[in-house]
Write a protein that binds this ligand. Structure first.
Ligand code: S3P
Length: 168
């Protein structure tokens, strides 16, 4: 078993699934957003506000490059925008088996409508923002992934079972 990597849109459940999976498979879990916040000693919102999205994206690439050098048999959940760069998609494939937690825009909206920690979803009409981003990103998530798990309407138990059945 290599690393298990979780990708997908904001609010698809990557972080929670990652933690639960780590108990089940008895492996440690790493979250790229949390790694970056820890290294930078500031929140993602602060990073976006002060240094901009491009800076954050460079930090994401650096983060998975580093993991490629030292992570094995771990659960790795990555920020929703990380698979957008072609370079990152290649790195993810090298890093392990990639699971795409696919979610509908309406589900994301219900989960994140009061969230203030995702800079890309702030402002008016978050549902339209979610729809537009998701439409653009879905093909990239698909091309980055080895296994697709549709998560809408499923319990965590069901999602974890599906992942476990597909881990190679
Ligand atoms: C982002 C997703 C966030 C975080 C940042 C940008 C994105 O992570 O990396 O706000 O572009 O989709 P989560 O997917 O964990 O919310």
């Amino acid at each position: 078993m290599g690393n298990v990597i979780l990708i997908g849109f904001m609010g698809c459940g990557k972080t929670t699934v990652g933690f639960r999976l780590s108990y089940r498979l008895r492996r440690s879990v790493i979250d790229t957003d949390k790694e970056i916040e820890r290294e930078e000693k500031r929140t993602i919102s602060d990073i976006f506000a002060t240094d901009g999205e491009a800076y954050f994206r460079d930090r994401e690439t650096a983060c998975i490059r580093k993991l490629l050098g030292n992570a094995s048999e771990q659960i790795i959940s990555v920020g929703g925008g990380l698979p957008l760069r072609e370079e990152n998609r290649e790195l993810l494939h090298e890093l392990g088996q990639v699971f795409y937690l696919r979610v509908k825009a309406e589900t994301v909206y219900e989960r994140l409508k009061d969230d203030t920690t995702r800079p890309l979803l702030q402002g008016d009409d978050p549902l339209t923002k979610i729809r537009t981003l998701l439409e653009k990103r879905d093909p990239l998530y698909l091309s980055a992934s080895d296994v697709v798990i549709d998560v809408d309407g499923k319990t965590f138990q069901q999602i974890l079972d599906e992942i476990e059945q597909n881990v190679t």
